[in-house]
Design a binder for this molecule. Structure first.
Ligand SMILES: [Ca+2]
Ligand SMILES: [Ca+2]
Length: 288
């Protein structure tokens, strides 16, 4: 192969590599193309394996040597199945409520490293995004002595994870049970247990710096829980929803102000005419 052919081959390879990485980045993040349009995930096709984590999501277990947190545990139906003390990644469901409704769940390894589920987005609206609404359900499927916790933060434009600008409650703590070694929730039919405890969260976020077109943002659901002794509950998130909120244009704000003022003046004018008519009527009656 001569020098010119070599250069041509190198150029083709560089182009193919660039396409690969661009495609990978495009695949990895969900594109935000519209305002006030919720983007949702219900995990109903998740099978409790790393391979079935939905696109646009990244799962980071604690990574400690010897940990079983990253182990794929598959489906766990707590309506029909006895409690299992195995730590790892689970698709959790309660078939007595729904045979198809799964949630993204884990039973944590006892250490201080968080398990993080990140949902990645890129702003493709063509303009800045200043605020988001985010909602999700936390679902507790079993009980244990350790109060497993799930919290949320976000990372705008790779600036670092933060909870700044969040209005609303982000933290949910599992209800602990009497058995410190773990058990199914009460109220079910053996060998299964009772229905999951579901806590719905809904927050708004005002970004300190607007997210420019083309910039990324990650929303992170963080599972922790390492004390006191005992077992962590099987804990999950479900029904995630992220909405970019449109900020009214200055012109629109002025129009609202003008219409409000006009409506007030109109009401004021009507009130004045009614008062004037009342006074006149009273005068007429007084004279007669
Ligand atoms: Ca659910
Ligand atoms: Ca679901």
């Amino acid at each position: 192969m001569n020098l010119r052919a070599n250069l041509r081959w190198t150029t083709v390879c560089a182009f193919v590599v660039a396409i690969h990485f661009c495609s990978a980045q495009t695949w990895a993040a969900m594109m935000i193309t519209a305002f006030n349009s919720p983007m949702t995930e219900n995990f109903d096709t998740f099978a409790g394996t790393a391979a079935t984590v939905p696109a646009n999501f990244t799962w980071t277990p604690d990574g400690i040597g010897g940990s079983t947190t990253g182990v794929d545990r598959g489906l766990f139906d707590t309506a029909t199945t006895a409690y299992t003390n195995n730590n790892g990644l689970y698709a959790l469901l309660y078939s007595s409520n729904s045979a198809t409704d799964r949630a993204f769940g884990t039973k944590r390894q006892p250490n201080t490293n968080p398990d993080i589920l990140a949902w990645s987005f890129v702003n493709q609206t063509g303009t800045d995004i200043s605020s988001f609404n985010v909602s999700w359900d936390v679902e507790q499927y079993t009980q244990g002595g350790r109060p497993t916790r799930i919290d949320l933060n976000y990372n705008p434009n790779v600036a670092g994870a933060t909870q700044a600008g969040i209005v609303g409650t982000t933290l949910t703590t599992a209800q602990t049970g009497t058995p410190t070694t773990g058990a199914n929730l009460p109220g079910g039919t053996a060998p299964g247990g009772g229905p999951p405890i579901i806590t719905s969260r809904s927050i708004s976020i005002s970004l300190a710096t607007p997210l420019a077109d083309g910039q990324s943002i990650d929303f992170n659901w963080i599972t922790t829980g390492n004390d006191p002794s005992g077992a962590n509950a099987h804990f999950a998130v479900d029904n995630l929803s992220v909405t970019a909120i449109a900020v009214p244009e200055p012109a629109a704000v002025w129009l609202v102000a003008i219409f409000s003022a006009a409506a007030y003046m109109s009401t004021f004018s009507i009130r004045r005419q009614v008062a004037f008519a009342f006074v006149n009527t009273t005068r007429v009656r007084w004279r007669t």
